[in-house]
Design a protein around this ligand. Structure first.
Ligand code: GDP
Length: 445
Protein backbone atom coordinates (compact mmCIF):
# COMPACT_ATOMS: atom_id res chain seq x y z
CA UNK A 1 0.00 0.00 0.00
CA UNK A 2 1.19 3.51 -0.84
CA UNK A 3 4.49 2.30 -2.25
CA UNK A 4 4.83 5.23 -4.60
CA UNK A 5 4.40 7.93 -2.01
CA UNK A 6 6.55 6.04 0.43
CA UNK A 7 9.36 5.69 -2.10
CA UNK A 8 9.19 9.33 -3.03
CA UNK A 9 9.39 10.42 0.56
CA UNK A 10 12.22 8.08 1.43
CA UNK A 11 14.19 9.54 -1.47
CA UNK A 12 13.74 13.00 -0.04
CA UNK A 13 14.62 11.94 3.47
CA UNK A 14 17.62 9.90 2.42
CA UNK A 15 19.13 13.08 1.12
CA UNK A 16 18.21 14.88 4.31
CA UNK A 17 19.60 12.26 6.66
CA UNK A 18 22.99 12.73 5.02
CA UNK A 19 23.14 16.35 6.03
CA UNK A 20 24.62 17.42 9.33
CA UNK A 21 22.36 20.27 10.28
CA UNK A 22 18.89 21.20 9.22
CA UNK A 23 18.55 24.77 8.06
CA UNK A 24 15.30 26.47 7.21
CA UNK A 25 16.28 26.20 3.56
CA UNK A 26 16.76 22.43 3.92
CA UNK A 27 13.31 22.07 5.42
CA UNK A 28 11.85 24.07 2.55
CA UNK A 29 13.63 22.04 -0.10
CA UNK A 30 12.59 18.77 1.47
CA UNK A 31 9.01 19.87 1.85
CA UNK A 32 8.81 21.08 -1.74
CA UNK A 33 9.55 17.52 -2.72
CA UNK A 34 7.10 16.17 -0.17
CA UNK A 35 4.50 18.37 -1.83
CA UNK A 36 5.30 17.05 -5.31
CA UNK A 37 5.20 13.51 -3.98
CA UNK A 38 1.81 14.14 -2.39
CA UNK A 39 0.41 15.60 -5.60
CA UNK A 40 1.72 12.66 -7.57
CA UNK A 41 0.07 10.37 -5.06
CA UNK A 42 -3.21 12.02 -6.03
CA UNK A 43 -3.58 14.16 -2.95
CA UNK A 44 -5.62 17.20 -3.89
CA UNK A 45 -3.72 20.46 -4.27
CA UNK A 46 -5.28 22.40 -1.37
CA UNK A 47 -4.74 19.46 0.98
CA UNK A 48 -1.11 19.05 -0.07
CA UNK A 49 -0.49 22.78 0.25
CA UNK A 50 -2.08 22.96 3.67
CA UNK A 51 -0.23 19.88 4.83
CA UNK A 52 3.18 21.13 3.74
CA UNK A 53 2.60 24.51 5.29
CA UNK A 54 1.72 22.95 8.62
CA UNK A 55 4.81 20.77 8.58
CA UNK A 56 6.98 23.73 7.66
CA UNK A 57 5.66 25.77 10.56
CA UNK A 58 6.32 22.93 12.95
CA UNK A 59 9.73 21.99 11.61
CA UNK A 60 11.16 25.47 11.43
CA UNK A 61 12.75 26.46 14.68
CA UNK A 62 12.19 23.09 16.29
CA UNK A 63 15.25 21.85 18.11
CA UNK A 64 16.61 18.63 16.73
CA UNK A 65 16.52 15.91 19.35
CA UNK A 66 19.94 14.68 20.35
CA UNK A 67 20.95 11.25 19.01
CA UNK A 68 18.76 11.41 15.93
CA UNK A 69 19.63 13.09 12.64
CA UNK A 70 17.78 16.18 11.47
CA UNK A 71 16.31 14.14 8.63
CA UNK A 72 14.91 11.62 11.07
CA UNK A 73 13.41 14.46 13.03
CA UNK A 74 11.67 15.79 9.93
CA UNK A 75 10.27 12.33 9.20
CA UNK A 76 8.73 12.37 12.65
CA UNK A 77 7.25 15.81 12.11
CA UNK A 78 5.84 14.80 8.71
CA UNK A 79 4.45 11.64 10.29
CA UNK A 80 2.72 13.53 13.09
CA UNK A 81 1.24 15.99 10.61
CA UNK A 82 -0.07 13.09 8.52
CA UNK A 83 -1.71 11.58 11.58
CA UNK A 84 -3.18 14.96 12.38
CA UNK A 85 -4.69 15.32 8.90
CA UNK A 86 -6.09 11.82 9.03
CA UNK A 87 -7.54 11.97 12.52
CA UNK A 88 -11.20 12.66 13.18
CA UNK A 89 -12.80 13.51 16.47
CA UNK A 90 -14.75 10.27 16.83
CA UNK A 91 -13.87 6.61 17.15
CA UNK A 92 -14.17 5.44 13.53
CA UNK A 93 -15.15 1.89 14.44
CA UNK A 94 -18.03 2.82 16.73
CA UNK A 95 -21.16 2.44 14.59
CA UNK A 96 -24.32 4.06 15.94
CA UNK A 97 -26.48 1.04 16.46
CA UNK A 98 -28.33 1.71 19.69
CA UNK A 99 -32.15 1.61 19.52
CA UNK A 100 -32.65 -1.69 17.72
CA UNK A 101 -33.30 -2.37 14.97
CA UNK A 102 -30.75 0.21 13.79
CA UNK A 103 -30.67 0.81 10.05
CA UNK A 104 -27.34 1.13 8.25
CA UNK A 105 -27.46 2.36 4.67
CA UNK A 106 -24.66 1.28 2.35
CA UNK A 107 -24.11 3.41 -0.74
CA UNK A 108 -21.48 3.60 -3.47
CA UNK A 109 -20.69 2.96 -7.10
CA UNK A 110 -20.92 -0.47 -8.70
CA UNK A 111 -17.74 -2.44 -8.23
CA UNK A 112 -16.55 -0.36 -5.29
CA UNK A 113 -16.87 -3.36 -3.02
CA UNK A 114 -20.19 -2.35 -1.47
CA UNK A 115 -21.76 -5.79 -1.20
CA UNK A 116 -18.56 -7.34 0.09
CA UNK A 117 -18.19 -4.55 2.66
CA UNK A 118 -21.81 -4.94 3.78
CA UNK A 119 -21.15 -8.59 4.56
CA UNK A 120 -17.77 -7.86 6.19
CA UNK A 121 -19.33 -5.31 8.52
CA UNK A 122 -22.26 -7.60 9.32
CA UNK A 123 -19.80 -10.32 10.27
CA UNK A 124 -17.83 -7.89 12.39
CA UNK A 125 -20.93 -6.75 14.26
CA UNK A 126 -21.94 -10.36 14.83
CA UNK A 127 -18.51 -11.65 15.89
CA UNK A 128 -17.23 -8.71 17.88
CA UNK A 129 -20.35 -7.21 19.35
CA UNK A 130 -22.65 -10.20 19.35
CA UNK A 131 -25.25 -8.34 17.32
CA UNK A 132 -28.03 -9.97 15.34
CA UNK A 133 -27.86 -8.53 11.87
CA UNK A 134 -30.22 -8.70 8.90
CA UNK A 135 -28.92 -7.81 5.45
CA UNK A 136 -31.04 -6.83 2.47
CA UNK A 137 -30.02 -6.15 -1.11
CA UNK A 138 -31.92 -3.39 -2.88
CA UNK A 139 -30.18 -3.88 -6.21
CA UNK A 140 -33.29 -4.78 -8.17
CA UNK A 141 -31.61 -4.23 -11.54
CA UNK A 142 -28.98 -6.87 -10.87
CA UNK A 143 -30.41 -10.14 -9.59
CA UNK A 144 -26.85 -11.46 -9.41
CA UNK A 145 -26.02 -8.82 -6.81
CA UNK A 146 -28.98 -9.89 -4.66
CA UNK A 147 -27.87 -13.49 -4.88
CA UNK A 148 -24.29 -12.51 -4.08
CA UNK A 149 -25.39 -11.01 -0.76
CA UNK A 150 -27.45 -14.10 0.01
CA UNK A 151 -24.45 -16.35 -0.64
CA UNK A 152 -22.18 -14.20 1.52
CA UNK A 153 -24.83 -14.20 4.26
CA UNK A 154 -24.87 -17.99 4.34
CA UNK A 155 -21.10 -18.06 4.33
CA UNK A 156 -20.77 -15.79 7.39
CA UNK A 157 -23.90 -16.96 9.19
CA UNK A 158 -25.86 -13.73 8.87
CA UNK A 159 -29.50 -13.66 7.78
CA UNK A 160 -30.59 -11.97 4.57
CA UNK A 161 -34.04 -10.73 3.72
CA UNK A 162 -35.73 -13.27 1.41
CA UNK A 163 -35.66 -12.10 -2.21
CA UNK A 164 -39.07 -11.23 -3.66
CA UNK A 165 -38.98 -10.69 -7.41
CA UNK A 166 -40.49 -7.50 -8.81
CA UNK A 167 -40.26 -5.39 -5.64
CA UNK A 168 -38.85 -1.86 -5.84
CA UNK A 169 -36.06 -0.72 -3.51
CA UNK A 170 -38.29 1.36 -1.24
CA UNK A 171 -40.65 -1.58 -0.73
CA UNK A 172 -37.72 -3.85 0.07
CA UNK A 173 -36.39 -1.30 2.57
CA UNK A 174 -39.78 -1.17 4.30
CA UNK A 175 -39.97 -4.96 4.38
CA UNK A 176 -36.47 -5.11 5.85
CA UNK A 177 -37.49 -2.66 8.57
CA UNK A 178 -40.59 -4.66 9.49
CA UNK A 179 -38.75 -7.95 9.39
CA UNK A 180 -35.91 -6.57 11.52
CA UNK A 181 -38.42 -5.33 14.11
CA UNK A 182 -40.42 -8.56 14.22
CA UNK A 183 -37.38 -10.79 14.14
CA UNK A 184 -35.65 -9.04 17.05
CA UNK A 185 -32.60 -7.95 15.03
CA UNK A 186 -30.23 -5.34 16.43
CA UNK A 187 -29.19 -4.00 13.06
CA UNK A 188 -30.42 -4.14 9.50
CA UNK A 189 -28.16 -3.25 6.63
CA UNK A 190 -29.47 -1.98 3.31
CA UNK A 191 -27.15 -2.65 0.38
CA UNK A 192 -28.35 -0.16 -2.23
CA UNK A 193 -27.87 -0.47 -5.97
CA UNK A 194 -24.68 0.82 -7.49
CA UNK A 195 -24.06 2.27 -10.93
CA UNK A 196 -20.88 2.75 -12.84
CA UNK A 197 -21.28 6.50 -12.53
CA UNK A 198 -23.31 8.73 -10.32
CA UNK A 199 -26.56 9.51 -12.10
CA UNK A 200 -29.85 11.06 -11.13
CA UNK A 201 -31.70 7.80 -10.85
CA UNK A 202 -29.11 6.31 -8.54
CA UNK A 203 -29.22 9.33 -6.27
CA UNK A 204 -33.02 9.54 -6.34
CA UNK A 205 -33.29 5.88 -5.41
CA UNK A 206 -30.79 6.12 -2.57
CA UNK A 207 -32.53 9.26 -1.27
CA UNK A 208 -35.94 7.57 -1.34
CA UNK A 209 -34.58 4.60 0.60
CA UNK A 210 -32.87 6.94 3.04
CA UNK A 211 -36.18 8.70 3.67
CA UNK A 212 -38.07 5.52 4.59
CA UNK A 213 -35.25 3.87 6.53
CA UNK A 214 -33.97 6.95 8.36
CA UNK A 215 -30.52 5.33 8.77
CA UNK A 216 -28.34 5.87 11.84
CA UNK A 217 -25.30 5.44 9.63
CA UNK A 218 -24.94 6.01 5.91
CA UNK A 219 -21.65 4.50 4.87
CA UNK A 220 -20.18 5.30 1.50
CA UNK A 221 -18.00 2.58 0.02
CA UNK A 222 -15.32 3.85 -2.35
CA UNK A 223 -12.50 2.15 -4.16
CA UNK A 224 -9.28 3.35 -2.59
CA UNK A 225 -7.42 2.70 -5.81
CA UNK A 226 -9.29 5.43 -7.64
CA UNK A 227 -7.48 8.24 -5.86
CA UNK A 228 -8.88 11.68 -6.51
CA UNK A 229 -11.98 10.16 -8.15
CA UNK A 230 -12.83 8.55 -4.83
CA UNK A 231 -12.79 11.99 -3.24
CA UNK A 232 -15.03 13.41 -5.97
CA UNK A 233 -17.48 10.54 -5.58
CA UNK A 234 -17.54 11.09 -1.83
CA UNK A 235 -18.17 14.81 -2.21
CA UNK A 236 -21.09 14.19 -4.55
CA UNK A 237 -22.69 11.44 -2.49
CA UNK A 238 -22.37 13.55 0.62
CA UNK A 239 -23.94 16.59 -1.06
CA UNK A 240 -26.86 14.62 -2.45
CA UNK A 241 -27.55 11.99 0.19
CA UNK A 242 -25.46 12.86 3.23
CA UNK A 243 -23.02 10.26 4.49
CA UNK A 244 -21.81 9.60 8.02
CA UNK A 245 -18.58 7.95 7.01
CA UNK A 246 -16.47 6.42 4.29
CA UNK A 247 -15.14 2.91 3.81
CA UNK A 248 -12.04 2.78 1.60
CA UNK A 249 -11.70 -0.58 -0.10
CA UNK A 250 -8.75 -2.22 -1.86
CA UNK A 251 -6.25 -0.67 0.49
CA UNK A 252 -4.41 -3.97 0.25
CA UNK A 253 -3.45 -3.09 -3.32
CA UNK A 254 -0.57 -0.92 -4.44
CA UNK A 255 -2.72 2.17 -4.46
CA UNK A 256 -1.22 5.58 -4.16
CA UNK A 257 -2.92 6.44 -0.92
CA UNK A 258 -3.72 10.02 -1.77
CA UNK A 259 -7.40 9.30 -1.37
CA UNK A 260 -6.98 8.56 2.31
CA UNK A 261 -5.22 11.85 2.88
CA UNK A 262 -7.58 14.03 0.84
CA UNK A 263 -10.80 12.35 1.85
CA UNK A 264 -11.05 13.73 5.33
CA UNK A 265 -9.77 17.19 4.44
CA UNK A 266 -11.93 17.70 1.35
CA UNK A 267 -15.20 16.03 2.36
CA UNK A 268 -14.94 16.60 6.09
CA UNK A 269 -16.17 13.02 6.45
CA UNK A 270 -14.25 10.50 8.52
CA UNK A 271 -12.85 7.31 7.03
CA UNK A 272 -14.37 4.65 9.24
CA UNK A 273 -13.02 1.39 7.84
CA UNK A 274 -10.54 0.16 5.28
CA UNK A 275 -10.99 -2.96 3.18
CA UNK A 276 -7.84 -5.04 2.94
CA UNK A 277 -8.79 -7.96 0.72
CA UNK A 278 -11.56 -10.17 -0.60
CA UNK A 279 -11.93 -12.36 2.49
CA UNK A 280 -14.74 -11.66 4.94
CA UNK A 281 -12.32 -10.75 7.74
CA UNK A 282 -10.31 -8.37 5.58
CA UNK A 283 -11.62 -5.17 7.09
CA UNK A 284 -10.15 -2.96 9.79
CA UNK A 285 -11.15 0.24 11.51
CA UNK A 286 -9.32 3.19 10.11
CA UNK A 287 -6.19 3.93 12.13
CA UNK A 288 -4.44 7.20 11.30
CA UNK A 289 -1.20 6.06 12.96
CA UNK A 290 -1.01 2.93 10.92
CA UNK A 291 -1.90 4.62 7.64
CA UNK A 292 0.62 7.40 8.26
CA UNK A 293 3.28 4.81 9.05
CA UNK A 294 2.49 3.01 5.84
CA UNK A 295 2.47 6.19 3.79
CA UNK A 296 5.92 7.01 5.05
CA UNK A 297 7.11 3.43 5.29
CA UNK A 298 9.32 4.72 8.05
CA UNK A 299 7.69 3.50 11.21
CA UNK A 300 11.09 2.53 12.63
CA UNK A 301 12.41 6.08 12.36
CA UNK A 302 9.31 7.48 13.99
CA UNK A 303 9.64 5.20 16.99
CA UNK A 304 13.36 5.87 17.19
CA UNK A 305 12.74 9.61 17.48
CA UNK A 306 10.01 9.03 20.04
CA UNK A 307 12.32 6.90 22.12
CA UNK A 308 15.13 9.44 21.89
CA UNK A 309 12.79 12.18 23.03
CA UNK A 310 11.61 10.11 25.98
CA UNK A 311 15.16 9.33 27.01
CA UNK A 312 16.10 12.96 26.98
CA UNK A 313 13.04 13.96 28.96
CA UNK A 314 13.92 11.31 31.51
CA UNK A 315 17.51 12.59 31.71
CA UNK A 316 16.28 16.13 32.24
CA UNK A 317 13.89 15.01 34.93
CA UNK A 318 16.66 13.09 36.66
CA UNK A 319 18.94 16.13 36.66
CA UNK A 320 16.19 18.35 37.95
CA UNK A 321 15.40 15.95 40.72
CA UNK A 322 18.98 15.92 41.95
CA UNK A 323 18.88 19.69 42.21
CA UNK A 324 15.54 19.65 44.00
CA UNK A 325 16.84 17.17 46.54
CA UNK A 326 19.53 19.65 47.41
CA UNK A 327 16.88 22.29 47.95
CA UNK A 328 17.71 24.12 44.73
CA UNK A 329 14.40 25.25 43.37
CA UNK A 330 14.57 28.51 41.48
CA UNK A 331 12.15 30.59 39.45
CA UNK A 332 12.93 28.70 36.23
CA UNK A 333 11.87 25.51 37.95
CA UNK A 334 8.75 27.14 39.26
CA UNK A 335 7.89 28.51 35.84
CA UNK A 336 8.32 25.10 34.30
CA UNK A 337 6.03 23.61 36.91
CA UNK A 338 3.46 26.32 36.30
CA UNK A 339 3.56 25.77 32.56
CA UNK A 340 3.28 22.05 33.08
CA UNK A 341 0.22 22.68 35.20
CA UNK A 342 -1.40 24.73 32.47
CA UNK A 343 -0.71 21.98 29.95
CA UNK A 344 -2.06 19.26 32.18
CA UNK A 345 -5.40 20.82 32.94
CA UNK A 346 -4.62 23.25 35.72
CA UNK A 347 -3.90 22.97 39.38
CA UNK A 348 -6.33 20.22 40.23
CA UNK A 349 -5.15 17.94 37.43
CA UNK A 350 -1.53 18.14 38.45
CA UNK A 351 -1.91 18.01 42.20
CA UNK A 352 -4.14 15.00 41.85
CA UNK A 353 -1.30 13.19 40.11
CA UNK A 354 1.32 13.90 42.73
CA UNK A 355 1.16 11.96 45.97
CA UNK A 356 1.28 14.19 48.99
CA UNK A 357 0.28 17.24 46.99
CA UNK A 358 -3.41 17.18 47.85
CA UNK A 359 -2.86 19.19 51.00
CA UNK A 360 -0.66 21.61 49.14
CA UNK A 361 -3.37 22.14 46.56
CA UNK A 362 -5.79 23.11 49.30
CA UNK A 363 -3.25 25.53 50.77
CA UNK A 364 -2.72 27.09 47.38
CA UNK A 365 -6.41 27.47 46.87
CA UNK A 366 -6.55 29.11 50.27
CA UNK A 367 -3.86 31.48 49.15
CA UNK A 368 -5.95 32.38 46.11
CA UNK A 369 -3.91 30.44 43.61
CA UNK A 370 -6.07 29.16 40.83
CA UNK A 371 -5.64 28.68 37.13
CA UNK A 372 -6.10 32.35 36.32
CA UNK A 373 -3.39 33.19 38.78
CA UNK A 374 -1.02 30.74 37.12
CA UNK A 375 -0.97 32.92 34.02
CA UNK A 376 -0.10 35.96 36.20
CA UNK A 377 2.66 34.07 37.91
CA UNK A 378 4.22 33.05 34.64
CA UNK A 379 4.09 36.69 33.53
CA UNK A 380 5.92 37.69 36.73
CA UNK A 381 8.69 35.16 36.15
CA UNK A 382 8.96 36.32 32.54
CA UNK A 383 9.55 39.83 33.70
CA UNK A 384 12.58 38.80 35.78
CA UNK A 385 16.14 38.83 34.49
CA UNK A 386 18.04 35.61 33.98
CA UNK A 387 20.04 36.23 37.13
CA UNK A 388 16.96 36.94 39.20
CA UNK A 389 15.27 33.77 38.04
CA UNK A 390 18.27 31.67 38.98
CA UNK A 391 18.62 33.38 42.33
CA UNK A 392 15.36 34.85 43.63
CA UNK A 393 17.15 35.97 46.81
CA UNK A 394 18.36 38.95 44.78
CA UNK A 395 14.88 40.41 44.76
CA UNK A 396 14.90 43.55 46.89
CA UNK A 397 12.27 46.30 46.88
CA UNK A 398 13.33 48.14 43.73
CA UNK A 399 13.72 44.99 41.69
CA UNK A 400 10.36 43.76 42.91
CA UNK A 401 8.69 46.96 41.84
CA UNK A 402 10.24 46.75 38.38
CA UNK A 403 9.20 43.13 37.92
CA UNK A 404 5.63 43.71 39.06
CA UNK A 405 5.31 46.73 36.80
CA UNK A 406 6.72 44.77 33.88
CA UNK A 407 4.02 42.16 34.32
CA UNK A 408 1.32 44.77 34.95
CA UNK A 409 0.70 43.38 38.44
CA UNK A 410 1.04 44.32 42.11
CA UNK A 411 4.15 43.72 44.23
CA UNK A 412 1.94 41.82 46.67
CA UNK A 413 1.35 39.21 43.98
CA UNK A 414 5.07 38.89 43.43
CA UNK A 415 5.52 38.39 47.17
CA UNK A 416 3.03 35.56 47.11
CA UNK A 417 4.92 33.99 44.23
CA UNK A 418 8.19 34.21 46.13
CA UNK A 419 6.63 32.62 49.16
CA UNK A 420 5.32 29.82 47.02
CA UNK A 421 8.71 29.26 45.44
CA UNK A 422 10.32 29.01 48.91
CA UNK A 423 7.63 26.66 50.18
CA UNK A 424 7.85 24.44 47.16
CA UNK A 425 11.64 24.35 47.44
CA UNK A 426 11.39 23.32 51.10
CA UNK A 427 8.84 20.72 50.32
CA UNK A 428 10.85 19.26 47.45
CA UNK A 429 13.85 18.99 49.75
CA UNK A 430 11.83 17.20 52.41
CA UNK A 431 10.21 14.90 49.90
CA UNK A 432 13.60 14.18 48.35
CA UNK A 433 14.87 12.81 51.66
CA UNK A 434 11.99 10.37 51.96
CA UNK A 435 12.22 9.23 48.34
CA UNK A 436 8.78 10.69 47.76
CA UNK A 437 10.05 13.16 45.22
CA UNK A 438 11.11 10.47 42.82
CA UNK A 439 7.69 8.94 42.98
CA UNK A 440 5.97 12.26 42.57
CA UNK A 441 8.05 13.22 39.60
CA UNK A 442 7.24 10.00 37.83
CA UNK A 443 3.74 11.33 37.51
CA UNK A 444 4.96 14.57 36.01
CA UNK A 445 6.88 13.18 33.05
P1 GDP B 1 -20.12 -3.85 -5.45
O1 GDP B 1 -20.48 -3.90 -6.89
O2 GDP B 1 -19.78 -2.47 -5.02
O3 GDP B 1 -21.12 -4.49 -4.56
O4 GDP B 1 -18.75 -4.65 -5.34
P2 GDP B 1 -18.46 -6.11 -4.79
O5 GDP B 1 -18.70 -6.15 -3.34
O6 GDP B 1 -19.17 -7.09 -5.62
O7 GDP B 1 -16.89 -6.20 -5.02
C1 GDP B 1 -16.30 -6.21 -6.28
C2 GDP B 1 -15.00 -7.02 -6.23
O8 GDP B 1 -14.07 -6.37 -5.40
C3 GDP B 1 -15.19 -8.40 -5.64
O9 GDP B 1 -14.43 -9.31 -6.38
C4 GDP B 1 -14.63 -8.26 -4.22
O10 GDP B 1 -14.13 -9.47 -3.76
C5 GDP B 1 -13.55 -7.25 -4.43
N1 GDP B 1 -13.24 -6.48 -3.20
C6 GDP B 1 -14.08 -5.84 -2.37
N2 GDP B 1 -13.42 -5.23 -1.36
C7 GDP B 1 -12.12 -5.50 -1.55
C8 GDP B 1 -10.90 -5.13 -0.86
O11 GDP B 1 -10.89 -4.42 0.16
N3 GDP B 1 -9.73 -5.60 -1.38
C9 GDP B 1 -9.70 -6.36 -2.52
N4 GDP B 1 -8.51 -6.78 -2.94
N5 GDP B 1 -10.80 -6.70 -3.19
C10 GDP B 1 -12.00 -6.29 -2.74
Amino acid sequence: MFENLSERLSGVFDRLTKQGALSEEDVKTALREVRVALLEADVSLPVARDFVKRVQDQATGQAVTRSVTPGQQVVKIVHDALVDTLTGSEDPGALKIDNPPAPILMVGLQGSGKTTTTAKLAKRLKDREGKRVLMASLDVNRPAAMEQLEILGRQIGVDTLPIVKGEDPVTIAKRAKTQAGLGGYDVYMLDTAGRLHIDQELIAQAAAVRDVANPRETLLVVDGLTGQDAVNVATEFDDKIGVSGVVLTRMDGDGRGGAALSMRAVTGKPIRFVGLGEKMDAIETFEPERIAGRILGMGDIVSLVEKAQQTIEAEQAEKMMRRFQKGQFNMNDLKMQLEQMQKMGGMEGVMGMMPGMGKMAKQMEGAGIDDKVIAHQIALVNSMTKKERANPKLLQASRKKRIAQGAGLEVSELNKLLKMQRQMGDMMKKMGKGGMLKQAMKGMF
